[in-house]
Design a protein around this ligand. Structure first.
Ligand SMILES: *Cc1c(COP(=O)(O)O)cnc(C)c1O
Length: 371
């Protein structure tokens, strides 16, 4: 080889600005650092009850066949999902987490310099994936913690290729209504694909929250995203899906890695779909958690955003990062929100009743000790 060039000069210029996604701190990491064995994690909106028991049984059964490649087209899972959602299998695309489906959508639809319109204070992957393809991310400000769909529609330009929305929204927990959504859909130009990430839809108890399923049409560039990571408790297995016009799904399929969803994930997801008891129990625990935590936060005089999800965004009297650090020392992992442009907030997901009480006790201690 000839004289060496700095490796950074070989990297595509738009990648130099990328910062990696910061995941919630792993439980094992904190326990290792503090020498604890009983830390709790309420930082990544995971299921407090563990994985679906039916999914676990399916995984045990499936282990014997790990020498075989998975079904690249996930025939049985797609058939089950299609039945579950009232769709046909051709309207589905599966991913290694719904994150991967999002990645496929951005790669398929956004050229270098193409615009993606989304909002401030939303899932950080939207910005990251846009930057990864050299796209331009336009973040429309929230209005009083809510996604302002009128402003999102106004932000569309002739260069806009994709609109990415999260409803209910992470990290605010707020949701827009069916009426707002329908007005919005009617104004979006046909040249723009709308993606509605419904990772938290299972937790929404307001009947006014729209479901993307009700708005699908073969001639409409609209895609919904859902995941097995939250209400089914399978975040560690990595499986999620998108649904939309079959023609668009066919294009996504062409850039999909052939074995992106592994055997155990396919088997577990099929079983989890049948686990209605587990899903119902999860929703109950989350609702009861929001009830308790909401009441206690009010008692402590803390402001929080009423949530349609399994987590709550809470305003702190001092920097959220400090509270986060102090809570770690109590063995409680929550999320600091400075990366989401909310330096005064923390986000906590609902745990089991004992986890919620431990969170509240630790928070009261941490906040009390500063005053
Ligand atoms: C948790 C979450 C997802 C799910 O991601 P997976 O890749 O399926 O685990 C998607 N979108 C948002 C906004 C989330 O918070």
């Amino acid at each position: 080889m000839a004289a060496s060039a700095p490796l950074s000069s070989l990297i595509l210029p738009h990648l130099s600005q990328l910062t990696p996604y910061q995941a919630g701190k792993p439980l094992e990491e904190l326990e290792r650092e503090l020498g604890l064995t009983d830390a709790i994690k309420l930082a990544s909106n995971e299921n407090p009850l563990g994985p679906s028991p039916l999914a676990l049984a399916a995984i045990r059964d499936g282990i014997e066949n790990l020498h075989r490649y998975p079904d690249s087209h996930a025939f049985y899972l797609k058939a089950d999902l299609a039945r579950h959602l009232g769709l046909v299998p051709e309207q589905l695309i599966l991913g290694n987490g719904s994150d991967e489906v999002l990645d496929m959508l951005v790669r398929a639809l956004v050229p270098p310099g193409g615009e993606v319109v989304s909002t401030t204070h939303t899932f950080l992957m939207y910005d990251l994936l846009t930057q990864a393809v050299g796209g331009v991310f336009r973040a429309v400000p929230l209005n009083e913690m809510r996604v302002d769909l009128e402003a999102v529609a106004r932000a569309v330009t002739p260069r806009t290729r994709l609109i990415l929305l999260n409803n209910p929204n992470n990290p605010t927990g707020t949701a827009f209504s069916r009426r707002e959504w329908e007005t919005f859909l009617a104004t979006v130009p046909a040249t723009v694909t709308v993606v509605l990430d419904e990772a938290y839809i299972d937790f929404a108890d307001d009947p006014e929250v729209p479901s993307c399923l009700d708005y699908l049409a073969e001639d409409r560039a609209l895609v919904g995203l859902r995941t097995f990571s939250k209400v089914y408790g399978l975040a560690g297995l990595r499986i999620g899906y998108g649904f939309g016009p079959s023609e668009l799904m066919d294009y996504l399929n062409r850039l999909r890695m052939p074995f992106n969803v592994n055997r155990l994930a396919q088997a577990a997801a099929r079983a989890a779909l049948q686990d209605t008891e587990f899903v119902a129990r999860t929703k109950e625990v989350v609702l009861a958690g929001k009830d308790l935590v909401g009441r206690e936060l009010t008692r402590l005089g803390l402001d929080f955003v009423p949530s349609q999800t399994n987590f709550i965004l809470i305003r702190m009297p001092r920097p959220g990062r400090e509270v986060y650090q102090a809570m770690l020392r109590e063995g409680v992992i929550i999320r600091a929100m400075d990366e989401y442009d909310f330096p005064d907030y923390i986000r906590v997901n609902m745990g089991r009743p004992e986890d919620n009480r431990r969170f509240l006790t630790a928070l009261e201690k941490v906040l009390g000790s500063a005053n």
